[in-house]
Design a protein around this ligand. Structure first.
Ligand code: SF4
Length: 440
């Protein structure tokens, strides 16, 4: 069996590789490899290697492209991040015909890149079976079936059995190794070895979250919590370190949940390894769960920066969106980190901007609060995500038909702009953060 994995290019107004990686696709590839498949990978999301930072982040290659009609109102350049359709077709033409082509998708409004990859694969390999998975079909099932109809199968994240059955039927075989994606300790390591160089390796350590934040799709995607054992994660770190990898990225929405059983033994184990690694956590940790021991472990295990989710300092919004943290608890967590010797300049804190009926002044208040504490605010523009409580409750107030076409879910549209938070206000806030970061 020959399988081709494609991570498509994306189309957006801004994108940067904050340790992004097609982890799910690589896991599926490694499962197929355990079943005897020969794998090829085309990762369209190339980065400019000469501009890669010491921490592993890098800009994607990019090119300006025409905006689709839905996004005409955004006064910014629209770009393709990653390789062009022509380059992709050219690369596919050099590959032996695969039996299976597996294509992933990430943000819902990035589907034009996924669609382009499906069309290119269909054109070059008319007889191959094409499967699309990932977040877009998981959150926009009907739209995905319509947009990606050239594919033979479109699967949601929790339909791995459907995928196995499809492969059995399509290739007249019976896959022997068919784990659930929730058996984290049983999954083979994702096939990063298909890359020439591995600048970092993401570590998937759990699915699900104990909180139910109203703007977040994690509770819908993974209603139950499953954890990977610290032993399994440590073994994977040793494995990739043996391949020369020094940077590891924790992909975990819930890293500190049951910290005495998971995060602490894992970080203790990392601190005791006979080699040093660098750790990053783009998904952020919950400030409410940081204690003295953890703060010391963040230092000793190799966290080069720590990302924390605060989202807002407005008590009513904190409460109504899920209540995972409040400002007093957050301040206490920072004090604990400071006492443990964690460099405050390497602490980044996410603040949400553009929530339905949010006032711009509350975002500015949060920015000022964080600068006063000596940490870096990181403005996260609100993205309306289907199947979240906030989306369902407020979609009728959006300025664009966000339920009809995922393109309108692009956060650059600021779909919930209103007189209390305009596009001008958002531009001001972004500029304000930039100036406070680098005064003068
Ligand atoms: S804590 Fe984070 S992952 Fe969990 S529901 Fe809230 S935003 Fe989502």
């Amino acid at each position: 069996m020959k399988a081709l994995l494609i991570n498509p290019s994306i189309y957006d107004f801004a994108a940067y590789s904050f340790w992004s990686s097609p982890l799910g696709l690589l896991y599926i590839g490694s499962i197929l490899r355990k079943n005897g498949a020969e794998l090829t990978l085309v990762d369209c999301m190339r980065v400019v290697e000469t501009k890669r930072k010491a921490d592993g982040r890098a800009p994607f290659v990019k090119e300006k492209v025409l905006k689709p009609e839905a996004l005409k109102g955004v006064r910014r350049h629209y770009r393709r991040y990653g390789i062009s359709r022509e380059t992709l077709s050219g690369e596919l033409s050099c590959i032996d015909r695969p039996d299976l082509v597996l294509i992933t998708s990430i943000m819902t409004y990035w589907y034009p890149g996924t669609k382009e990859a499906v069309e290119a694969a269909r054109e070059v390999f008319p007889g191959s079976r094409i499967v699309v998975g990932g977040i877009y079909p998981s959150l926009c099932d009907e739209q995905a079936r319509q947009q990606l109809r050239m594919a033979d199968l479109i699967v949601k994240h929790n339909e791995i059995e459907t995928f196995y059955r499809f492969v059995d039927d399509a290739l007249s075989t019976t896959l022997k190794f068919r784990p659930s994606i929730y058996e984290l300790d049983a999954l083979p390591y994702p096939c990063y070895d298909l890359y020439d160089d591995i600048p970092f390796v993401p570590l998937l350590t759990s699915f699900g979250c104990i909180y139910r934040c109203t703007y977040c799709a994690t509770p819908y995607m993974h209603p139950a919590i499953v954890r990977r054992s610290p032993f399994s994660v440590l073994e994977e770190i040793k494995h990739w370190h043996g391949h020369g990898v020094k940077r590891f990225v924790i992909y975990d929405d819930n890293f500190l949940h049951e910290k005495d059983r998971y995060a602490k033994p894992l970080l203790r184990g990392i601190a005791e390894l006979p080699f040093r690694i660098d750790i990053f956590n783009p998904n952020a940790v919950n400030a409410a769960l940081i204690d003295e021991e953890l703060a010391e472990l963040f230092c000793s295990s190799g966290f080069r920066e720590l990302r924390i989710g605060l989202e807002t300092t407005d008590p009513e919004t904190q409460r109504s969106t899920g209540g995972k943290v409040n400002t007093r608890v957050f301040e206490k967590a920072l004090a604990i980190l400071r006492d443990a010797g964690f460099d405050m300049e390497t602490v980044s804190v996410y603040i949400l901007a553009g929530l339905p009926f949010q006032k711009w002044e509350t975002v500015k208040g949060a920015i000022d609060f964080l600068f006063a504490l000596g940490v870096r605010p990181y403005l996260a523009e609100y993205t309306p995500i289907p199947h979240t409580e906030m989306f369902e409750k407020y979609c009728r107030f959006a300025r664009y038909p966000i339920t009809q076409d995922a393109l309108y879910q692009n956060n650059a549209l600021l779909s919930f702009a209103w007189e209390g938070f305009t596009e001008k206000d958002l531009r001001y806030l972004k500029q304000y953060v930039r100036e406070k970061r680098s005064p003068g």
